[in-house]
Write a protein that binds this ligand. Structure first.
Ligand code: FAD
Length: 396
């Protein structure tokens, strides 16, 4: 077993780092603190386009679809470096939706959406959760009915992150109400500017904006249905597995711990050098090792995808590990920084630009988003270890 990157992979990582060095401007860094601009502010959009101009959002697609034909490990390296730079979070459009379109989409779907995703112009919110379904995703009730050459959509989605800036929503709808519940579901790429879509903000404790979205007689071209009608459940569950790798590259945790060590080394926290305390040094060393385990987890998941093996159990375990580690780093950082840990990025005395304060408020979300850790543990038991289900009908 080789734990090192190959020479070409190292060169690729260095190329991504050089690009980030040249293009992560102070303006872009400032924008990431302002909620709502993290992904959709003018600097973030310009950055997304620059990445698109290089074809990197389509890194792993075949060249005939505008891609660069690289592998899942190269994709993971790029997403990790982006996460480390903290400017553009690894996102589900290129890491989760696009692979599903490539695998299950019709030729028309691929031609309609893949080039736009590659250029960074198509960016989709995920329309899975519903107010009365939650974990039991297959209970979704948003309906799509075919009327001539158009789908007519009615219903509501909740926790639809990014819906306020996305070009599309990757929307799960019920297309056959009489079929068993997992067999009557389809996926439609609905343009967010379609008439009848209303987006209402839901602001989390961390200031993170998610949304509730209402669909009233929304008309979408028939060709926007992904793959085959009523086959959506398989696409969604597969996309969810990939989503877990998207939200958990571990690059951001490496940055958090590097920054926290730096803060502890400096004398900025009430004039005290925290690193001089043995207990702080020991705990930092433990967390540093945990973050290294996360790195190995990330590359293991990417290796399984590259080898065409089922990554479900590994990526799911990775998501749990990542979200619980994030919470540990946030708790520890806030604890050792004392009152300084409560200063946010607007305060010039905030240690480490107030990132720990933000992390503390943000950490709980990742335990729910993409599936709650309680439910994911059950998925690992079933899919990873072949243990029997106890009758739960949740998203798998
Ligand atoms: C910040 C954030 C962003 C999100 N972004 C999106 C998004 O972009 N798109 C989208 O579609 N969704 C999104 N979600 C929704 C997320 O996927 C759901 O919150 C999650 O699936 C849980 O559903 P729920 O909130 O309805 O909780 P519930 O399903 O009501 O669960 C409540 C509690 O019960 C537990 N529970 C439920 N069922 C079981 C069971 N069978 N066994 C054991 N315990 C169980 C859960 O673990 C949880 O602790 C987001 C959520 C958050 C917090």
């Amino acid at each position: 077993m080789n734990f090192e990157l190959t020479d070409p992979q190292r060169q690729w990582r260095d190329e991504v780092r050089a690009f980030l060095r040249d293009n992560v401007t102070p303006e872009l860094e400032r924008e990431r603190h302002i909620e709502g601009k993290l992904r959709f502010g003018p600097e973030a959009r310009a950055f997304r386009k620059k990445v698109g101009d290089k074809g990197w959002w389509g890194l792993t697609w075949p060249r005939e679809y505008g891609g660069l034909g690289k592998g899942a490990i190269e994709m993971h390296i790029m997403a990790r470096e982006f996460d480390y730079a903290k400017v553009i979070p690894a996102d589900t459009t290129y890491l989760s939706i696009a692979p599903m379109i490539m695998r299950y989409g019709t030729e028309e779907n691929k031609r309609d959406f893949i080039p736009g995703i590659t250029r960074g112009e198509v960016f989709a919110a995920l329309g899975y959760s519903e107010p009365d379904a939650g974990t039991d995703l297959a209970s979704l009730r948003t309906r799509a009915v075919l009327d001539g050459d158009q789908w007519v959509i009615n219903g509501s989605k909740i926790w639809t992150s990014n819906a306020h800036g996305a070009s599309h929503v990757w929307l799960c709808v019920r297309t056959d109400p009489d079929a068993p519940k997992r067999q009557g579901i389809s996926v439609i790429m609905a343009p967010m500017n379609a008439k009848g879509i209303e987006v209402q903000p839901l602001i989390c404790w961390s200031d993170y904006r998610t949304n509730q979205v209402f669909f009233t007689d929304v008309r979408v071209p028939r060709r926007n249905l992904i793959g085959e009608v009523n086959k959506g459940w398989g696409y969604i569950t597969s996309a969810l597995t990939h989503e877990r790798s998207a939200v958990t590259t571990g690059g951001d945790l490496r940055r958090e711990i590097d920054d926290l060590i730096e803060v502890c080394r400096s004398g900025l926290v009430g004039g005290v050098r925290l690193i001089d305390r043995l207990s702080v040094r020991q705990r930092l060393a433990e967390l540093d090792a945990d973050v290294e385990v996360m790195r190995l987890y990330g590359f293991r998941g990417a290796s399984l995808i590259e080898a065409g093996e089922d990554p479900t159990a590994t990526l799911t375990a990775q998501k749990i590990y990542n979200s619980e580690l994030r919470q540990k780093i946030a708790d520890f950082g806030t604890q050792i920084l004392g009152m300084y840990g409560q200063l946010n990025w607007r305060d010039r005395d905030a240690p480490g630009r107030g990132d720990i304060e933000r992390l503390y408020r943000y950490a709980p979300e990742v335990r729910f988003a993409g599936g709650t850790n309680e439910v994911l543990r059950d998925i690992i038991a079933q899919r990873g270890y072949g243990m029997p289900s106890y009758g739960r009908s949740a998203r798998s």
